[in-house]
Design a protein around this ligand. Structure first.
Ligand code: AMP
Ligand code: MG
Length: 283
């Protein structure tokens, strides 16, 4: 009998062992049977569930708790990292979120080890931190374009695992999402960027050249996912050709994660009745 996954986390989690992104269809919608309209309706309901859970985590963090969440978003250009931040995190209190985007490193950043610019953005207690690109670029584009010698990037998988284990041990629940888009869909989205003047700001000419390296990127991601896929910092592959599925799936993953963490409203550390009486008497 086939074991039915009981959660989206289980369905989208990349299994341990050899990883092959080709085995996941970017147009598929695992765990969701409806269409775009149904997904958007479902997400509208779930936004309030997410918002409530986030508020509890934030309250916990304000009351001495040490737990936090880190959502790492990786994917090819146009995969929808920015759109995911806008649609999924756009539903929750911005006070409880911290988004960090990692572009090409500055001269100063390059003078340090690759995790130097990442560490300060580890989420503080109570916060949902989001990385729009991350340290995985340092075994992604860096590996594809030989930006450092192989002996340097080869060491990084172990360094990343130790870094992530440290974060997890400190109370951060890590969710790493690879937004899996097809090469054809990426072309369609790049074309849309060219055809709509409001999207020109997102377009860069080298984005077209990078398409020639698509397979090399997939190979780099296969290796990174395989080598850095611990229970402390699991990888999920989100089919991302359909934006509505991507948004629904990441929302669900966050909800499931927070439900497992089960943050509780902090219990008052003062005498509620006495304070109430004092307030009433205060005129
Ligand atoms: P975007 O996300 O469209 O703003 O593009 C950011 C660019 O920065 C992408 O081409 C990334 O691959 C690149 N980038 C991010 N991190 C690194 C890194 N550590 N080394 C080199 N390039 C990077
Ligand atoms: Mg870009």
């Amino acid at each position: 009998m086939i074991k039915q996954p009981h959660s989206l986390s289980e369905l989208l989690r990349m299994p341990a062992g050899p990883t092959n992104l080709d085995s996941v269809d970017p147009r598929s919608t695992p765990g969701f049977n409806g269409d775009k309209t149904a997904a958007e309706a479902a997400r509208a309901v779930e936004a309030s569930v997410l918002s409530d859970l986030q508020e509890r985590l934030f309250a916990e963090g304000q009351s001495g708790g040490s737990r936090s969440v880190l959502l790492v978003l990786q994917g090819m250009d146009t995969a929808g990292k920015g759109g995911t931040v806008r649609h999924v995190l756009g539903e929750v209190n911005p006070q409880g979120c911290a988004v960090a985007a990692f572009g090409a490193p500055t001269k100063e950043e390059l003078a340090h080890t690759f995790l130097w610019r990442i560490r300060p953005h580890a989420p503080k207690p109570g916060i949902i931190g989001v990385f729009d690109r991350s340290h995985y670029e340092d075994v992604g584009i860096v590996r594809v374009h030989d930006l450092v010698p192989p002996e340097v990037w080869r060491r990084r998988y172990g360094e990343i695992n130790r870094f992530e284990e440290g974060l997890a041990a400190g109370g951060t629940t890590i969710i790493k999402c690879f937004l899996h888009i097809s090469r054809d869909e990426s072309k369609t989205r790049l074309l849309a960027r060219l055809d709509n003047p409001h999207k020109h700001w997102k377009f860069k000419s080298p984005d077209i050249d990078e398409r020639a390296f698509w397979d090399a990127y997939m190979e780099a991601y296969n290796v990174a996912i395989e080598r850095c896929n611990s229970d402390a910092a699991p990888w999920f592959v989100i089919p991302a050709d359909r934006k509505w599925y991507r948004n629904w799936a990441v929302t669900r993953l966050l909800i499931e994660t927070l439900q497992t963490m089960a943050p509780q409203w902090p219990v008052a550390d003062f005498d509620v009745a006495a304070e109430r009486a004092r307030l009433i008497a205060s005129g």
